[in-house]
Design a protein around this ligand. Structure first.
Ligand code: PLP
Length: 255
């Protein structure tokens, strides 16, 4: 049985982001994906119309059903939806300290739609940060989590909050020709990558990257290697992404 990543993520009916992105990315990484569903969202490639979060009891029951059943090596979280779900995941991770954990601190959808109350989610994430093997914030999320506008100070603050490793994703920065990501471990930058900026907006790019990293960690890669593998893979699937409607975000082609 392939090493398994257990994802705590939401359903996106468009199939671009959320748990479908996780399943496809983890499958492509070579690992197996299991899902504890945190929320059912109502959205398409253009807009989020709403969501209904899973109760924390139902969320934990899903996760606990596969513990001891599948060879879980890593947990990955995306949209969590409520502070109750964040607390439930923290409890689950404390019960399983041997699992690696990739924390993608999702606050809003790329289309701008709400995936939870941002102010309360930010406060609750504080409990998850020290439990993560790696966090994968974009710069909007990094600033929101730390309350610091300056990116160096914000990264430093995340380490003061207990982070062990952070991949800062530069897709939201004003660099028209390229995107720069930087990987920090124990407060020090250990690698950076630049790729050409592709045109358009992409639905589920963050989910895909974090999940591929989780898959590679489950298979035994070190952090630096897992991030490099995931960045190379993501660039290919974004280059081949498909546009469903003229106003829609592009859907990564993960196969
Ligand atoms: N999870 C769910 C269920 C979502 O709907 C979204 C965005 O729409 C995300 C996560 C985050 O997506 P992205 O990878 O585009 O940041």
């Amino acid at each position: 049985m392939r090493p398994t990543v257990l994802c705590f993520s939401g359903l996106d009916p468009s199939g671009g982001a959320g748990l479908q992105a996780d399943i496809e990315a983890i499958g492509q990484s070579g690992a197996h994906a299991a899902i504890a569903c945190t929320a059912l969202t109502i959205q398409n490639s253009q807009k989020v119309f709403g969501f209904e979060a899973t109760s924390k009891e139902l969320l934990l029951a899903q996760a606990n059903a596969v513990v001891g059943d599948l060879p879980i090596r890593c947990v990955k979280s995306g949209m969590l939806g409520t502070t109750d779900n964040i607390a439930a995941l923290a409890q689950f991770l404390r019960e399983h300290p041997d699992y690696q954990y990739v924390l993608d601190p999702v606050l809003v959808a790329n289309s701008g739609g709400s995936l939870g109350n941002q102010a309360t989610l930010v406060k609750a994430f504080v409990e998850l940060i020290p439990l993560a093997t790696i966090l994968t914030p974009n710069t909007v999320e990094l600033r929101a989590l730390t309350g610091e506008n300056d990116l160096e100070k914000a990264t430093e603050k995340l380490f003061q909050m207990g982070a062990k490793a952070v991949l800062v994703k530069g897709g939201h920065e004003d660099t028209p020709d390229y995107i720069r990501n930087a990987l920090y471990i124990d407060g020090d930058m250990v690698s950076e990558s630049r790729c050409p900026r592709l045109e358009g907006e992409y639905h589920g790019s963050g989910c895909s990257l974090a999940s591929f990293i989780a898959g590679r960690l489950a298979l035994g890669d070190g952090l630096k290697q897992a991030v490099q593998h995931a960045e190379t893979w993501l660039f290919g699937v974004l280059k081949n992404a498909e546009t469903p409607v003229p106003n829609g975000q592009k859907i990564p082609k993960r196969f």
